[in-house]
Write a protein that binds this ligand. Sequence first.
Ligand SMILES: NC(=O)c1ccc[n+]([C@@H]2O[C@H](COP(=O)([O-])OP(=O)(O)OC[C@H]3O[C@@H](n4cnc5c(N)ncnc54)[C@H](OP(=O)(O)O)[C@@H]3O)[C@@H](O)[C@H]2O)c1
Length: 345
Amino acid sequence: MSKLSVAIVGGSGYAGGEFLRLALNHPHLEVTQVTSERNAGDPVHFVHPNLRGRTHLKFRRMADLEAADVLILALPHGNAAKHFARFEGLAETIIDLSADFRIKDPELYRKYYEEDHPAPELLPSFVYGNPELHREELRGATRIACAGCLATSAILALYPLLKLGVPLPKDIMITGLVGSSAAGASGSDASHHPEREGSLRVYKATGHRHHAELTQELPGRFPLHLTAISTPRVRGILTTAQVFIPDGYSERDVWGAYREVYADEPFIRIVKVRKGIHRYPDPKLLDGSNFCDIGFETDDETGRVVIMSAIDNLVKGTAGHALQCLNIARGWDETLGLEFVGLHP
Ligand SMILES: NC(=O)c1ccc[n+]([C@@H]2O[C@H](COP(=O)([O-])OP(=O)(O)OC[C@H]3O[C@@H](n4cnc5c(N)ncnc54)[C@H](OP(=O)(O)O)[C@@H]3O)[C@@H](O)[C@H]2O)c1
């Protein structure tokens, strides 16, 4: 089988660099171009030292991009939509890692991004890149808008209960603890600030932009509230979602919902262990892997269920699920290039 050529735009960043790392091990992909304006002409491993000896590619400018089979857009928010005319003729398949095409409703976009969408006519052509929710739409898709990292962690934590319509009596409270790499190498994500990277602090008490993705993607439009906290860790997201189950429901029902909905998911693992120190999802175990680990614990007295999910924001939250989406779109084995299981200890 001949390999598909891949061009990564914004390849000096964390997300683009991570896609490159994964694509170098993919049997059907060959990365032929990686762009960076600031590093044009330099070998890729000057910026991504982990790839030394694995690729001899050099960065080129966006203006020098040539046609490829697959274009990965890993640019700061706003750039993909504003410059889409430059990209659309270059590749049959375009996968955008930014938030530009995730939100289908321009009004919802305006509410969270505080501006009119620059190209609303393009929104319907993109499939929201979350394999667990949109697998059928992803088959054969040529434009994919990959889900946000915190959104992915929260959506996967809550999806089974909401999909099965468990009648939750109270609002859902979500807290996401997010590693500093979610801000990007240049701190390009507006909700972070590079000077504050690596500290433990609340960076968005209310109004986080990924709330828009939860509103759009979670069934039932259930009232939910999201707070994001940045942590000193570099990679990883740990999310807790607190829900209350109604009288007559028990942890067995919760367990059954997750088993039913995620039974065949290759990258979702339910963590439910009574003994030992590995009883809860732990982002440390997922570094570099495409898994989302989900666990839950119930307080029988109050009916409160704490649902926990952990991912690597740069893999299952970005480059990994982008590759999973591409595998699905092309009809390949969904797990190709994503077999790494993480490290322990
Ligand atoms: N980090 C994450 O965990 C994560 C998770 C999900 C989604 N994403 C999304 O992925 C995208 C990239 O994020 P990132 O974390 O990789 O950011 P990043 O580390 O700051 O990288 C941004 C990339 O875009 C290039 N760039 C910056 N400004 C540019 C401009 N005006 N025109 C052209 N190129 C420009 C940068 O390189 P040069 O300046 O050298 O050109 C760099 O290659 C963002 O939209 C982000 O929201 C990131």
